[in-house]
Structure formats: structure tokens, C-alpha cells
Write a protein that binds this ligand. Structure first.
Ligand SMILES: CCCCCCCC/C=C\CCCCCCCC(=O)NCC(=O)O
Length: 554
């Protein structure tokens, strides 16, 4: 067994070396391609806003192939800075050339995203490309077809052009794996860009992509978006295709990951979602997806809404800057005529523990077994060895584990079918309880912090789970949720930080990671029940238009 294990690891090491060599060749291919376009022209193209670019392509002022080359250059430069691109998608060249050729026919109707380059998180299937999910054991297993969302993007005229980096197994808000290494935050390279769609957020923030597609089962779109100062949105699970999709934990039924957009501003996310939901073909391809089009009435409504808000979810007090972001957003929304009332998250300890149990599905077995078959650098290590112990030891540990919050999580992890059924029942009950709490106050939506702390330093995320409670809640209850950056960390927040009470190592890390982060972006989160996505987007836009960092920087 030891020899077998040794040989297996050696094989993985060879695979990683091979991939690193193939990646160099792939990057050389991209470089040769983008060098065919003059650098000044490339800058002219990549400095355009999403809509300017879209119209210039529609009008034929710029062509798909030169647009692709311009963004390949920008993505290449971004990757040299922060290691955000895994591989350039070589089929992009053929797609762009095909669009150019088709547009020569005078009867050709250009689709809405004609020639727009779009970046794709590595876990989302793109034909001919591996979706390793950061596992070296998945190298050289190319996808046979595109995922439904990539298929749709191509149908809409877009050109998926890069696969972007993620943390191994996707269950982290860091962004490090043994195959492609670690991605850094473009605003402070000693910190993480967020995860798991961290390659996306870093690339979009550096202008290497105007629209990125990520996935979210605990915050993986919203966290990286807020850490890098851009916008991100996740719908409820029914409004995103699930058929044929990869998942960090396959078979997890109540916590479904959803694909969603990351972009410089929420308008781009809205534009993408409008196209996504107005395309009837998607509903034909994923027959399980309710055929609900973009609900313009909800989005355009001027009706004042009743919105609940909280600064602290009762599980993990957030860094002061996040509380300030909520206060400032509340003021704006009140000025706009909405009614804002305080809201308390029901049973916060229970909420986060049940989320962890639901997100890992089987007490962590699948995750631990998959990780055990791979090579895990320290920074990628999901510190969850408890799940590997025999069940009778786990049952003992869950009584006597010293740290209260860790003990609560361990107590919720299921070890047999009875416990698993109970876990599902708890998720159903919690959803009911939350909806009743909202109904009691007649709330339409909720405003709250987007995360518990600023982007931590590399290596910290897997040792600071609690900071993700702000995003995880809305996966547990399967709500729509999005984030927009509204302010930056300031010196005054650090003074406020000194008052923070610390109970355990998670609290202490929140305090230490919140120091010396002046100028880093701080986002606010807005959430709404399923099928109220458009109302949630309306509110995010209202906030962004008044106090969004993007607007301020324009
Ligand atoms: C004593 C410690 C017990 C640890 C239990 C570990 C549970 C780990 C589960 C969640 C960690 C939360 C971090 C949030 C990560 C975001 C994940 C995400 O959204 N992934 C996207 C996807 O899977 O598609």
C-alpha cells in the first residue's frame, strides 16, 4: 500500500510537471497570437467599457479576432502580475474567426454578444479543456462538450477565451491549488483575491476580462468580487442550469452551486442575466430549469420596498468597515424612499453549522478522500482532518472538542443515513424559519455585510471559516444575492477594531487580518428570495448608482 501510494504521488508529480510545461507552451501560443495586434490598438480596445465594446463590435468598428488578441494580451499581463489565468482557450481563435466570416454575409444578424471575450472559471466545462478543480488527479481529462452556460455564451456570439484559477476542491475562499499555484489580490499581492472564483475576480479587476463566469455554493462569486472591488451576483439555484454541471461535492442536493457573473459593475451582470434568462434555448436544453424570463416589471418597478438590515449576523462580527458599508447603504436606500428595519438572523450558530454540514454533504468523506488522493500544498490545505477519523472517535470528539464554534460544526456533520436525513430536515426547517422571520416583518429584501473581514493574507482562509457566514447563509436558504463595492477600509475602522471582543482564534484572525488594509474595497450584500432576482438586481443598481466605488472611480 505504501509503495502504491508512493507511486501514485510520483505519477501526480509527473502530471503537474507536464501541465506546467504545457501551460508554458499555451502561454507562448497566446503571446504569438496577441503580438499580431498592434499594442496601441489593443489598449484602445481593452479600455472600452462593456457596452462601448459591445456596440463597437456590433457596428463593425472593431473585429472579433483583434478583440480576442487585445484581451489575450491584457489577460497575459494580468497573469504575470497575479497568476489568474490557468490556460488560454485555443478554440477561441476559431470561434472569433468564424464570427468574422459569418458577419461578411449581409443577411447575417449579429447576436447580442457578438465577438465579446468572456472568461470562464476552470471548473466550468469548456470543450477540449480540463476542468481539474485544482486536483492534479484530474489533469489530462478534457471535457467532451461545453457546459450549458458556455454553450449559451457561444450561441450569443461571445468568445470564451480563458479558464481562470480556483482553490483545490472549490470549498475555500482562498485561491490556491497544486496544478496552477496561487492567485494574488491585484490590490495587495500579499492577500488573497477571494475564492473560489478568485482567478475571475483578479482578472476582471485588472481589466483582462469584461465579464467572467464563476460559481457559488458558499460565496464563491460574491467573496472574490468584493475582495477585488468588482460586482458579483448569484441567483437562486433554479435560475441557473444544473444539468451536466460539475460540483465541488457531486450529489449534494440541498446546497446546489450556481453559475453567475462577475464584472466591473452590476450593470454588466444585469445585461448578461437579461440575455441568459431571455434565451429560450437554455430552457429547452435544461428541461429542469423553470422557464422564467428576465422579469422587467420587478427590475423596473419604482415601488418602495421594505428592507431588513443587520450589521452583525450573530455568528461572526464583521470588521468595522463592513458595518459602516451597511450603515451607508441603509442611508442611501432610505433616501430613495425604501423602508429599512433592523433584522436578526435566526439561530446564527445553528445556521452556520448546518451550512457546513450541508456544504460537505457526507460529513466531509468525499472531500477528504479526494484530497487524500492528491498533493496538497500547505496553502491549499482544507484543515478538516476530523472527517477522516473513525466515527466512534468523531462521536467522542464532538462532545469534548474545546473550541465552541468548531464543536458546533463537528456536531452537525452526519456520519450515517439517519444523521444525513436529519441534516436535510434541519436545512428545510431553517429555510422555513428564516422565511417566517422575514414574513413577520413583511420584508422584500435584506442588506448586510458581504463578508466578515478584508481579504486575508495567503494561507489564512482555510483557517478562518467563520468570516464566510455572511455569504453562506444565502446559499443555505437558496436566496438570490449580490455584492457591490461601496467604500474602502479606512484608518477610523482600525480604531473601531480595537473594541472588538475576541472569543477564539477565528475572532483573533478577523482582528489581525483587518489591520493595515487602508484603501482596500468593501462591498455590501443584498439578498432576496428565489425568483426575486430582478428585484435584488434593482436594489444593487440603486446602491451602485449612488455610492458604488465603480461610479466614484469613473
Ligand atoms: C472543525 C472544522 C470543521 C470544518 C468543516 C468544513 C466545512 C467547509 C465548508 C465550508 C467552508 C466555507 C468557505 C466558503 C467557500 C465558498 C465555496 C464556494 O462557494 N464554492 C463554489 C462551488 O463549489 O462551486
Amino acid at each position: 500500500k505504501i509503495i502504491e501510494h508512493y507511486n501514485h504521488r510520483q505519477r501526480l508529480k509527473v502530471l503537474i510537471k507536464q501541465r506546467q510545461a504545457d501551460r508554458k507552451v499555451n502561454f507562448e501560443w497566446a503571446k504569438n497570437n496577441f503580438q499580431k495586434l498592434d499594442e496601441t490598438r489593443a489598449t484602445e480596445i481593452t479600455t472600452k467599457e462593456f457596452n462601448e465594446l459591445k456596440y463597437a463590435l456590433q457596428l463593425g468598428e472593431i473585429k472579433p479576432v483583434e478583440t480576442l488578441r487585445a484581451f489575450q494580451r491584457k489577460a497575459f499581463e494580468a497573469t504575470e502580475k497575479v497568476n489568474c489565468v490557468c490556460l488560454f482557450i485555443q478554440d477561441a481563435q476559431e470561434i472569433a474567426e468564424g464570427l468574422e466570416k459569418a458577419s461578411q454575409d449581409p443577411t447575417y444578424q449579429k447576436p447580442s454578444l457578438f465577438g465579446m471575450p468572456v472568461s470562464i472559471k476552470e471548473s466550468i466545462h469548456v470543450k477540449h479543456m480540463d476542468s481539474t478543480l485544482g486536483y492534479s488527479q484530474n489533469i489530462n481529462k478534457p471535457s467532451e462538450s461545453n457546459s450549458l452556460s458556455v454553450d449559451q455564451l457561444i450561441r450569443l456570439g461571445a468568445v470564451p477565451f480563458v479558464h481562470t484559477n480556483l482553490p483545490i476542491a472549490l470549498l475555500s475562499y482562498g485561491c490556491s491549488n497544486p496544478v496552477y499555484g496561487s492567485t494574488s489580490n491585484p490590490l495587495d499581492v500579499s492577500r488573497v483575491p477571494g475564492g473560489s472564483s478568485g482567478g475571475e475576480s483578479a482578472l476582471v479587476a485588472l481589466g483582462g476580462s469584461v465579464l467572467g463566469i464563476g460559481t457559488d455554493v458558499g460565496g464563491s462569486i460574491r467573496t472574490p468580487a468584493s475582495f477585488c472591488g468588482i460586482a458579483g451576483f448569484k441567483s437562486s439555484s433554479d435560475r441557473s442550469p444544473q444539468l451536466g454541471k460539475t460540483a465541488s461535492i457531486p450529489g449534494r442536493q440541498l446546497l446546489l452551486s450556481v453559475e453567475g457573473p462577475l464584472a466591473r459593475n452590476i450593470d454588466v451582470c444585469i445585461e448578461y442575466l437579461r440575455l441568459k434568462w431571455n434565451d429560450g434555448v437554455l430552457f429547452k436544453k435544461d428541461v429542469y430549469m423553470p422557464p422564467v424570463k428576465f422579469q422587467e416589471d420587478q427590475f423596473k418597478s419604482k415601488k418602495p420596498l421594505k428592507i431588513g438590515f443587520y450589521l452583525n449576523d450573530g455568528y461572526q462580527r464583521a470588521s468595522p468597515a463592513y458595518e459602516r458599508a451597511v450603515r451607508e447603504t441603509v442611508t442611501v436606500l432610505k433616501d430613495l424612499g425604501h423602508e429599512l428595519v433592523p433584522f436578526e438572523v435566526p439561530r446564527p450558530d445553528h445556521m452556520y453549522s448546518v451550512f457546513c454540514a450541508g456544504a460537505t454533504a457526507d460529513g466531509g468523506l468525499f472531500l477528504m478522500n479526494s484530497l487524500a488522493k492528491d498533493i496538497i500544498p500547505p496553502e491549499s490545505n482544507i484543515g478538516f482532518p476530523v472527517a477522516r477519523l473513525p466515527h466512534f472517535i468523531q462521536r467522542l470528539l464532538r462532545r469534548y472538542w474545546p473550541n465552541r464554534r468548531e464543536r458546533q460544526i463537528i456536531q452537525e456533520l452526519p456520519h450515517d443515513t439517519e444523521e444525513m436525513r436529519k441534516m436535510h430536515e434541519k436545512i428545510e426547517d431553517y429555510r422555513h424559519e428564516f422565511v417566517m422571520a422575514m414574513r413577520e416583518k413583511s420584508l422584500d429584501a435584506i442588506v448586510c455585510p458581504s463578508f466578515g473581514c478584508p481579504p486575508p493574507h495567503h494561507g489564512v482562509p482555510n483557517r478562518l471559516l467563520s468570516a464566510s457566514s455572511y455569504t453562506a447563509l444565502y446559499n443555505l436558504i437558496d436566496f438570490a444575492a449580490g455584492t457591490v463595492p461601496v467604500t474602502v477600509h479606512r484608518k477610523e475602522d482600525e480604531i473601531e477594531l480595537r473594541k472588538m471582543k475576541t472569543e477564539d482564534s477565528w475572532d483573533r484572525k478577523i482582528v489581525s487580518e483587518s489591520k493595515n488594509c487602508d484603501g482596500l474595497p468593501v462591498a455590501v450584500q443584498i439578498a432576496a428570495p428565489p425568483f426575486r432576482e430582478e428585484m435584488c438586481l434593482r436594489l444593487l443598481k440603486e446602491v451602485e448608482d449612488r455610492i458604488g466605488l465603480y461610479k466614484k472611480n469613473q
